[in-house]
Design a protein around this ligand. Structure first.
Ligand code: PLP
Length: 398
C-alpha cells in the first residue's frame, strides 16, 4: 500500500493501491548487477525472445507510411477485425469487431472492468494466489475483494462450488484467469462447465476472463475460452493481448471483447484515459495476428522444454515440491519444506544466491509457502539458477 503524504491532501483511495512486486524485484536485481553481482532473473514475467521480425517491420513501416496520429479510441477498424478473425480461428467463436476495444496492454482492461463494476458495497471475486493487480484494482475501486482460494492439490485450478458459494447479492464481477499467473494452472473444461451452469442462477454477475496466456498450454492441457459459452452471453469480458503470445510486453498492446452493452462505457474510459493506443503498435498487431505463427510455435515449444527441465529440477531441491503447470511460463513450487517463509526465501535467494524469484505472498495471502519462478529464460540460465539455489539451501537450511 502507498503511504499517506505528510502535507499534501491526497485522495484516500491512493492508500488502497497495491503493486506488482515483480517490478521491485527487477529494480533490485538490476541494482545488484550494477554492483557487479551476477543475477539470474526468474522474477519478471515476460518472454525472453525478441518480437518476431515481421511484426517489428510492420510497426516501422506504419510510422514510415505516416501512421503517427490519433486513431479511433477503440482501435483502428482493421485491427478490431483482425482480432475478431483470430478469435474465430482459435476459439471458434463469432465476435463482432464492434465489441473489440484495443487498449495499451492487458492490464488496462482489468482496471476498466474494476472501475465499471467496483464501488463501496460491491463485491468482486478474484483468484488468490493471482495476478496482484486484480486485488489492487478492486480495492482502488472501493469494492470488497473476495478471494477464490486456489489449491496445489487441484493443480491450482478452482473448484466451481468454491466460486459459487462466494457469490452474494452484492457480487458484481468474478475474475478468472486460465492459464494462470503465478501458478501456471489451467482450469479443466469440466470445471468451467460446472461454473457456467451454476452462474445461470446469478444473472446479475459478470465475468472478467483473463486469457492472456491462452496460447501457452502443454501436455494436452487445453485452453477453453469463456467466450465460447452461450449461457453467459452478454456478461463475459474477455481480456487478451499481444504481450505474452508475441513477446510484445513493451509495445503496450492488448484488447478486450466487451458485451455489446458495455462497449460504449469501455470506449469512454479509453477516451478519458489514453485516447487511443499508439498507431504503429496497432499496425504491428495486425501483422502479428495475420502473419505466420511459426515464431509463436517455436517460443511455446521452447517453454515446454524449459518447463520439463525446471519442474523436475525444482522437485529435486531439498524442501521443494512442484506440481506440473499446464500453461503460461511459471512454476510455483511449495517451499514450506525449507522452513523459511516465502518472502524471506525470495530476499535471501536474490541477495545471497543471485537468483531473482517472487514470493507467493506477492500474489495474495494464499500464496504463502510458495515461490514463483518465471521460466522465460534459457535452459543454461535455468540450470545455473537451480544449481545456485541447491548450494544455498545445502548451506543455509537443515
Ligand atoms: N494478466 C495476467 C494474468 C498477467 O500475468 C499479465 C502480465 O504479467 C497481464 C494480464 C498484463 O499484461 P500486459 O503486460 O499486456 O498489461
Amino acid at each position: 500500500m502507498t503511504q499517506p503524504h505528510p502535507t499534501l491532501m491526497l485522495a484516500h483511495r491512493m492508500q488502497t493501491l497495491g503493486t506488482e512486486t515483480a517490478f521491485e524485484v527487477l529494480a533490485r536485481a538490476k541494482a545488484l548487477e550494477a554492483e557487479g553481482r551476477s543475477i539470474i532473473n526468474l522474477g519478471i514475467g515476460q518472454p525472453d525472445f525478441r518480437t518476431p521480425a515481421h511484426i517489428v517491420e510492420a510497426g516501422i513501416k506504419a510510422l514510415a507510411d505516416g501512421h503517427h496520429g490519433y486513431t479511433p479510441a477503440p482501435g483502428i477498424p482493421q485491427l478490431r477485425e483482425a482480432v475478431a478473425a483470430d478469435l474465430h480461428r482459435r476459439h471458434g467463436v463469432e465476435v463482432s469487431p464492434s465489441r473489440v476495444v484495443v487498449v495499451p496492454g492487458g492490464k488496462v482492461t482489468m482496471f476498466f472492468a474494476m472501475l465499471m463494476f467496483g464501488e463501496p458495497g460491491a463485491e468482486i471475486l478474484y483468484p488468490n494466489p493471482g495476478f496482484p493487480i486484480y486485488e489492487s484494482a478492486i480495492r482502488f475501486s472501493g469494492a470488497t475483494p473476495v478471494p477464490i482460494p486456489l489449491h496445489e492439490e487441484t493443480g491450482f485450478s478452482f473448484k466451481a462450488e468454491e466460486v459459487l458459494e462466494r457469490v452474494t447479492k452484492q457480487t458484481r464481477l468474478i475474475v478468472l484467469n486460465s492459464p494462470a499467473n503465478p501458478t501456471g494452472g489451467v482450469v479443466p473444461k469440466e470445471e468451467l462447465d460446472k461454473l457456467v451452469a451454476g452462474l445461470v442462477r446469478f444473472p446479475h454477475v459478470a465475468v472478467l476472463s483473463d486469457e492472456i496466456y491462452s496460447a501457452m498450454t502443454y501436455d494436452g492441457a487445453r485452453h477453453v475460452s469463456l467466450l465460447s459459452y452461450k449461457e453467459l452471453e452478454g456478461r463475459v469480458i474477455l481480456l487478451d493481448g499481444w504481450s505474452k503470445t508475441y513477446a510484445m510486453t513493451g509495445w503496450r498492446l492488448g484488447y478486450a471483447v466487451w458485451p455489446d452493452a458495455l462497449v460504449d462505457s469501455a470506449t469512454r474510459l479509453a477516451v478519458n484515459c489514453h485516447s487511443c493506443v499508439n498507431a504503429s503498435a496497432q499496425w504491428a498487431g495486425i501483422a502479428a495476428l495475420e502473419g505466420p505463427q511459426d515464431e509463436v510455435r517455436k517460443m511455446v515449444a521452447a517453454f515446454a522444454e524449459r518447463r520439463r527441465f525446471i519442474v523436475d529440477a525444482l522437485n529435486r531441491l531439498p524442501g521443494f515440491r512442484c506440481v506440473k503447470p499446464g500453461g503460461a511460463f511459471y512454476a510455483f513450487p511449495n517451499v514450506t519444506g525449507t522452513g523459511l517463509d516465502a518472502k524471506t526465501l525470495q530476499t535471501r535467494l536474490l541477495e545471497e544466491a543471485g537468483v531473482a524469484t517472487i514470493a507467493g505472498t506477492s500474489f495474495g495471502a494464499y500464496g504463502e509457502g510458495f515461490l514463483r519462478f518465471s521460466y522465460a529464460a534459457s535452459l543454461a540460465e535455468l540450470e545455473e539458477a537451480v544449481g545456485r539455489i541447491r548450494r544455498w539451501l545445502e548451506k543455509n537450511t537443515a
